[in-house]
Design a protein around this ligand. Structure first.
Ligand code: PFF
Length: 453
């Protein structure tokens, strides 16, 4: 049973809506844009295997922990952590975990919005027929041209930020439920169509073998860290997004089943995206390690050649933007909820101010693809640094402390009560995973990556 607390922000209408919303948060640019290019950069199969292992052994247990904390606290992550720590008679410094989540969400959204802006630009490019019959080199040219134009990038980044503020201001329930109910399934179907194209016209077997036959000689310690970081990123874990969605969850829904459903849907979308993209990469002699431009330089080739490609291409990028939209909302929600709870701001004021601050930081990412391209630290541009810091450091650390809190700070009774896993082995298994496996795995991967092990 959950506690008697109630969220002042409202509650999802059903368990099914929670699954949709959490899937909306999880499925986003991480699956379709980021997963294929980091898998490409890190050699494919072995990286994918580590990523899948991390989803199963760390991602699902941490997701259950995060939903559990949210539903028990029923407030923004900052206040939830403070309240739950008090409940257990522990230091309220645990609220810092909520603060680091708010900061992480803010930093991720700043670049997420810029990339989602590329998606918006590609809706237009597609609809204008710019890809029709175009060879790979010309399609790369379209992407390079967009990257070299800060004004245009800022325009699309601003539009996406406005869209995000609009939905968050309207309240999660009214703004979001409609979008996830229809658009997520449509995206899934369209990805299947793309895989169908890849089977017929691309080098499907080479693509599939790149993704699924592990060659461990290609995997570095840093690659393992990136795979683990991506497991957190793609499931929206470690920064309170899933925690706040959990705080709107009905008390009688099963946390284990819903978390599992979200993780499976999320993984399926990432693998489908990989299966759609790599056959095209190999059929056109492109580089799997092409970096952040990968899907923007490959999928349009397919759209340019397939019958009805102008329509399907536009539709695909529309759906990509929607997937990004439903994730962006969850990145900003913890901060907005806190401002509403503690500062008594209206949702509108909180959304606008958070959105504007995020927009400003996003300008750094825009410039890192053109005017600031040459300014690097440790070989990384501003965008690379933000991405590395958030996905590979902040989220795994956040996840580590969430696991420690749920398994070492909260009493067995509290977590058992909230999870309601029955008397079989499921509860002990979950507790073992978050108590030992998650902390050890995160710590080992960290030390390994900085070369201490
Ligand atoms: N899970 C999202 C994606 O894969 O695109 C990104 C994300 C959303 C990360 C929310 C973290 C988060 F809290």
């Amino acid at each position: 049973m959950s506690t008697q607390r109630e969220s002042i922000h409202g509650q999802w209408s059903s368990r099914w809506i929670f699954i949709l919303a959490a899937t909306g948060s999880a499925v986003g640019l991480g699956n379709i844009w980021k997963f294929p290019y980091i898998a490409g950069e890190n050699g494919g199969g072995a990286f994918v295997l580590v990523y899948l292992l991390c989803i199963a052994a760390i991602g699902i247990p941490v997701m259950m922990a995060e939903v559990l904390l949210g539903r028990r606290g029923r407030q923004s992550p900052i206040n939830t952590m403070r309240e739950l720590a008090k409940d257990e008679g522990r230091s309220t410094w645990w609220a810092l975990l909520g603060w680091s989540g708010v900061l992480g969400g803010f930093l991720i959204l700043s670049y997420y919005s810029v990339i989602a802006g590329w998606g918006l630009a590609y809706v237009l490019n597609s609809a204008a027929g710019n890809f029709a019959g175009a060879p790979a080199a010309e399609i790369k040219g379209i992407f390079d041209e967009l990257m070299s134009n800060p004004g245009e990038l800022i325009f699309w980044h601003s539009l996406f930020m406005l869209m995000t503020m609009l939905v968050v201001a309207r309240g999660v329930k009214k703004g979001l439920e409609m979008a996830v109910r229809w658009l997520m399934p449509a995206l899934f179907v369209l990805l299947l169509v793309m895989v169908g194209y890849a089977i017929n016209s691309g080098e499907f077997m080479r693509g599939a073998s790149f993704l699924f036959s592990p060659d461990f000689s290609k995997l570095t310690a840093n690659g393992v860290l990136i795979a683990m970081g991506h497991a957190f990123f793609t499931l929206s874990l470690g920064m309170g997004a899933i925690m706040i969605y959990g705080s709107y969850m009905p008390g009688d829904a099963s946390i284990a089943k819903t978390s599992m459903a979200v993780a499976i849907a999320d993984t399926a979308v990432a693998l489908l995206a990989g299966l759609a993209i790599f056959p095209i990469v190999f059929a056109n002699n492109l580089e799997p390690g092409a970096g952040p431009g990968l899907i923007f330089q490959t999928l349009p080739i397919a759209f340019g050649q397939m019958p009805g490609g102008t329509f399907f291409g536009s539709l695909f990028f529309v759906l990509l933007v929607f997937a990004a939209w439903s994730s962006a909302i969850s990145l900003i929600e913890p901060a907005v909820a806190w401002l509403v709870e503690n500062r008594r701001w209206s949702r509108i004021k909180a959304s606008v101010i958070c959105g504007m601050a995020t927009w400003v930081v996003g300008l750094g990412t825009v410039l890192s693809f053109n005017l600031w391209e040459g300014y690097t630290l440790w070989g990384k541009t501003f965008f690379d640094l933000l991405d590395y810091l958030t996905a590979n450091i902040m989220l795994p650390l956040g996840g580590l402390f969430i696991a420690i809190f749920a398994a070492w700070v909260m009493s067995r009774e509290s977590t058992r009560d909230e999870l309601e896993l029955g008397d079989g082995g499921a509860y002990p298994l979950w507790r073992f995973m978050v108590r030992f496996v998650t902390p050890l795995a995160v710590i080992i991967v960290f030390f390994n990556a900085i070369g201490l092990l």
